[in-house]
Write a protein of this length. Structure first.
Length: 303
């Protein structure tokens, strides 16, 4: 299949590589033109300079971009996909985006005979590298069936949640839950540390108890206790997804008081950490509030 891939960062590059290894012909584009050229050379694809050029060479177009605004610009802008679409083309958006923008973008593409599927992912960078992503999919049955073989090459699970926009709705809900869990876990571990408990043992207990989560299993031992704070997912992107979830709740009349308060906390953490900071910096912000670091070992009881 002729596939175009736009957005070749920590997620997009390994995803495109899996597709190339399966024999698909790849046309690549990234804001970092050198990265696109290097990847194209490595996987036997071609790098181009505009979304329109990607569309002209591709039957299925895949985007992995920061948000729905960027996807919309890539699709509908002056040199966008819209201006090079092949007949019957399909846009598969794996970004984490606003469902309402996805619907707008799809409507414009439909005017040119193209369809769209939203399929954001869970699994982080290591999931992309290992082809073990979980896809949350929205779109018609026929369109999802068309791209299902590609999703299977890049991931381990595909969940079709409903019509277009459903995948993006699920993604923001998933990340909102993750963010609230992350905040509560960091705050509670700091409280335990100040009481004199060893945070490494606390996380071991959580991982065998009801308080355990994906966060306790994959984050604190790996990125906090060793003081690396190096998760490649950006704090600002988590804040963006919380915001999408809160706005989605407002649109549907669903009260989300915890998420609304959590959004304010994440905004403060984002402001303190600065642009481009790792999502791990949320923990460092919680530590600074109490003057207590989550380092291994017991400490003298405070208070």
């Amino acid at each position: 299949m002729d596939i175009g891939f736009i957005g070749l960062g920590v997620m997009g590059a390994p995803m495109a590589t899996h597709l190339a290894k399966a024999g698909h012909r790849m046309t690549l584009l990234d804001i970092n033109t050198a990265a696109a050229r290097d990847l194209a050379a490595g996987i036997g694809g071609q790098a181009v300079l505009t979304p329109a050029a990607v569309a002209a060479a591709s039957d299925v177009l895949i985007t992995m971009l920061p948000n729905g605004q960027v996807v919309q610009q890539v699709a509908l802008g002056a040199d966008g996909l819209l201006h090079g679409l092949r007949p019957g083309a399909l846009l598969l958006d794996t970004s984490s985006a606003e469902p309402w923008l996805t619907e707008q973008t799809a409507a414009r593409l439909a005017e040119r005979g193209a369809s769209m599927v939203d399929a954001p992912v869970s699994g982080a960078a290591w999931g992309a590298q290992a082809a073990e992503l979980v896809f949350m999919v929205g779109g018609s049955d026929a369109d999802v069936a068309r791209v299902r073989p590609l999703l299977d090459l890049m991931g381990k699970a595909v969940h079709h949640l409903g019509g277009l926009g459903s995948g993006h709705a699920m993604k923001c809900i998933n990340n909102c839950i993750t963010a609230m869990t992350f905040t509560a876990t960091a705050e509670a571990l700091v409280a335990g540390k100040r009481y004199g408990l060893d945070p490494t043992v606390m996380v071991d207990v959580l991982n065998q108890s009801t308080g355990g989560s994906w966060i306790t299993q994959t984050h604190f031992h790996q990125r906090v206790f060793n003081r690396s704070f190096d998760d490649p997912f950006k704090l600002e992107l988590m804040l963006k997804d919380i915001g999408i979830a809160v706005q989605l709740a407002q649109q549907t009349g669903a009260p989300m008081p915890m998420a609304g308060m959590g959004q304010q906390l994440w905004r403060m953490a984002d402001h303190a950490a600065g642009a481009g900071a790792s999502v791990s910096e949320l923990v460092r912000w919680v530590e600074k509030l109490s003057g207590t670091e989550l380092t291994p070992g017991r400490a003298e009881r405070q208070g």
